[in-house]
Design a protein around this ligand. Structure first.
Ligand code: FER
Length: 285
């Protein structure tokens, strides 16, 4: 493991912009939403950038990661020190109105519904306004650029990430579920339904037609995190499917990295450390 990130004074600072786009809410009405986008220092609108979408936890909003963790400073310093290639980072929300009730059953449905918005509204809006490896933002263009696009999230954002793996593997190649398990079988199913959950993800990977060297997962949490038991159970069950989830450190010889940080808790500052560790491993293929 790399040393932990500590806040510092960056001399080369990126900027945060907002992007607005329209989508549909649960009633089918058109709504306007916003997401934040991090542009690295010396951002060049003519250049192509890798892009990483990072989702908040239950009850959050597009500002949660920026308000509650050193994400911006971590990106600035990682890029300034040459540890991380300059990239774009987007913090959206899966809520279409209000902020819901975190942890409730209806919450999982929202993270599933968001998958259509992600593919059809958010990604096209962002990657039309900011240049990425998507030469076009239609489905074919997003598919062709999928190994330059990642999705991750904290807690319910991790639940969202597992759904992105299932529904949007065709346009996303890198996944970073942090302190949260897959709720496809049931709420907190990573521990209560480990085997079924792992099989569901395995079957989704097989059905996608992508080979294990064409999608990558970096999962992490802390040993004192309320999601530890769920993610630990799920990861161990997933490792029993080595044809789809091949154990790997830094993605050197596989597609599945996991990390359990001693003593870390269910909070943005601890979880931001995993982003610091994981992001430099992304977009290497
Ligand atoms: C988990 C995944 C998500 C978990 C909690 C959550 C307790 C979310 C909780 C919330 O938003 O309140 O594994 O473990």
């Amino acid at each position: 493991m790399k040393k932990k990130f500590t806040h510092g004074d960056a001399s080369e600072r990126g900027t945060i912009r907002q992007i607005t786009y329209t989508t549909r809410n649960e009633k089918g009405e058109t709504v306007e939403k916003y997401a934040n986008i991090y542009l690295p220092c010396r951002y060049d609108p003519e250049k192509r950038y890798n892009i990483f979408y990072l989702m908040h936890g239950g009850g959050g909003n597009p500002d949660a990661w920026l308000d509650s963790s050193p994400l911006k400073n971590m990106l600035d310093l990682s890029i300034q020190r040459g540890e991380l290639e300059p990239l774009l980072v987007v913090t959206p929300t899966y809520y279409t109105e209000g902020t819901g009730k975190p942890g409730m059953d209806g919450e999982h449905d929202k993270t599933v519904a968001f998958q259509k918005e992600l593919a059809e509204d958010l990604i096209p809006a962002v990657e039309t306004a900011y240049k990425t490896y998507a030469e076009t933002t239609d489905p074919a263009g997003l598919k062709a650029s999928r190994l330059h696009r990642g999705f991750g999230g904290f807690s319910m954002g991790a639940v969202t990430t597992w759904n992105a793996f299932v529904y949007n593997i065709g346009i996303i190649g890198y996944f970073m579920p942090l302190s949260g398990d897959c709720w496809a079988i049931e709420r907190l199913g990573g521990s209560s339904q480990s085997e079924k959950t792992a099989r569901y993800l395995h079957d989704a990977a097989v059905k996608s037609g992508y080979k294990p060297d064409e999608y990558f997962i970096y999962a992490a949490t802390g040993t004192e995190d309320i999601a530890f038991k769920q993610l630990y159970g799920q990861v161990n069950a997933m490792l029993r499917f080595p044809d789809t989830f091949k154990d790997a450190s830094g993605f050197a010889a596989g597609n599945f990295c996991y990390h359990f940080e001693e003593g870390a808790v269910h909070a943005y500052p601890d979880v931001c450390q995993y982003v610091y560790q994981a992001l430099p491993c992304f977009f290497k293929k």
